[in-house]
Design a binder for this molecule. Sequence first.
Ligand code: FAD
Length: 390
Amino acid sequence: MTNNGIVIVGGGLAAARTAEQLRRAAYDGPVTIVSDEVHLPYDRPPLSKEVLRSEVDDVALKPREWYDDKNITLRLGAAATGLDTTAQTVSLADGSELGYDELVIATGLVPRRIPSFPDLEGVRVLRSFDESMALRTHAAASRKAVVIGAGFIGCEVAASLRGLGVDVVLVEPQPTPLASVLGEQIGALVTRLHRAEGVDVRTGLGVAEVRGAGHVDTVVLTDGAEISADLVVVGIGSLPATDWLADSGIDVANGVVCDEAGRTSAPHVWALGDVASWKDATGHQARVEHWSNVADQARVVVPAMLGAEVPSNVVVPYFWSDQYDVKIQCLGEPEATDIVHLIEDDGRKFLAYYERDGVFVGVVGGGLPGKVMKVRAKIANATPIAEMLG
Ligand code: FAD
């Protein structure tokens, strides 16, 4: 073993949480975070919410002094370009190499774009702080936006743009927003929410073309409709940021393939966060793109890496999405194919229980936080749905 210590590639939540857990576990060797961004590791959820609405500018997860105090080296603006798992080195874009004893891959995602779109001003994606600031500048001068894709980010951007007074058309190929995650029944309630706020929700459609001379001015939908727009936000999902691993021999299949503790196919190389596909309790590979999952994984990968005992408590997955004044929360593992029991619906706020094979597997609430959190233990204990409905 050299004294290169632990190198974390990626400068987002997963990097920060891993570094934090390492010091908390009393690991006192060198820790280096390598990020292609120039910013301190920061939080992404506000990018489609408070940052876009100009309510917040500082989203750093920790101040610079925290890294100094914890003796964590930050290599910012330094993209990793390659990995040699035999020599145990990472190459950086500036031509330098960094040795490691243990390597953590935490490079997150890159937003998908539509390659056939011409390169026009006013066509944006959203993943990074810089993209959020650029989108906010465009939004300030914009009257009408088309948001392509009604996943969580598309829905949140639509809501934030409405809050800024921009007219919004939300275009989604599926029958409802969020249909592939929460199913069409709850998706219909999300449609209702957006329509009540004045969003023109168009489902079952795609975008055929964007037009403009230098700046976007028209969006053509697949049903032939032509919409005048001065802003287009492409929210059609993201792909794992694994290009830099292409020649490394690391097993990649919809993310870096890991076991249930974040071990990759190469010795001394680990992965977590949005880029990582971990083996779940049922033995399937699953990649999760939610904030809470990152901390849950950091609490496993760090002890595993240090040869300490890995916690075995049952984690009930959780995520949220803020749209207008409604916090949509999801606890457990609901799937679009589950049976959905609508427990409450007042026309805006709602609560739904998800059933699979007679078991209560998840809850989704809109604007009812207490009622969502209350059933955590019931989900963890695989309670029969009949008991929940009785
Ligand atoms: P990231 O945060 O993406 O960090 C990866 C970092 O690695 C980035 O800084 C990237 O630039 C860097 N990197 C990539 N390639 C390289 C390379 N080759 N070399 C060096 N560095 C590299 N989740 C929720 O549960 N609720 C929400 O409301 C919510 N809102 C969100 C809103 C937005 C706009 C976005 C984008 C995400 C949201 N999420 C939300 C998801 C949550 O933010 C992610 O799950 C979390 O950020 C994942 O952290 P990560 O560190 O794995 O990836």
